[in-house]
Design a protein around this ligand. Sequence first.
Ligand code: FES
Length: 319
Amino acid sequence: MSDLVVTVLRKKQEAQDIASFELARADGGPLPAFSAGSHIDVHVPGGPVRQYSLCNDAGEQHRYRIAVLRDPATRGGSAGMHDGVREGDRLTISEPRNHFPLVHARRSVLLAGGIGVTPLLCMAQRLAAIGADFTLHYCTRSAARTAFRDEILASTFAGRVQFHFDDGEPAQKLDLAAALGGHPAADTHLYVCGPTGFIDFAVQGARAAGFGSDQIHLEYFGAAPQDTRGDGTFEVKIASSGQVVAVPAGQTVVQALAAAGVEILTSCEQGVCGTCLTRVLEGECDHRDLYLTDEEKARNDQFTPCCSRAKSPVLVLDL
Ligand code: FES
């Protein structure tokens, strides 16, 4: 997959601490097509590579739109976008990838927490376009922090959207059981994007309502900081060559392998995107990502070496 150079056509303040960026191909050509739920990697000028979901209509190829929350705990990504990127600037981005696709369902429930609305807005546009049965619940701290509110209220699917503000009346707060109920759980697919606590709350509620794992679709927009105080050294063994590489505390498997001349493709480097997913042939993984499901982690046959480690002294990798 090759990188693209795009021009920032428009930068707009969508809500408190949230700016959107409209991107068009710098050479004027059409952008690669994408599907609802896709994200792009953005090389933040002078900063890291960050993933942002596309939140425009998936039928559009003349532009991509992303939205960025200014995060006080930022490691340079969101501040770089807010403070360093202006209209007319050029950015390098990846082609879109989709780890959060819509599946065919009789009914879809979309649950957005804050800036997690971005992929779900794209999904709502798509579901509305095909006449599907869906509801979008959009939870934010306040109306002032609710990006795209006017756009949603003016859309053809406004009647399918419910806003829930933390500082609002109790009656308008999200009733998860009600949001998920009313139809047999087997007919419904749930899509959740937001902070980790919001996702955990939604998943617990969905499981209690009878949703199976294959009906619950998640996208985290940032990993929580890991407690690394108990980390020790372990070894990884390359199955194809027999090469053994030590991974000390303070270094990731990806970093240790790179120092030994073995490159693994990465993107988010925080266990969110799945780009670095690597098969494990022997040993016990210490999964620290948000990408794999609990069932996938329990199988112990793959891990994300950008952040995950080993519980056993050695991990044998299918490399
Ligand atoms: Fe994104 Fe490892 S690079 S999960």
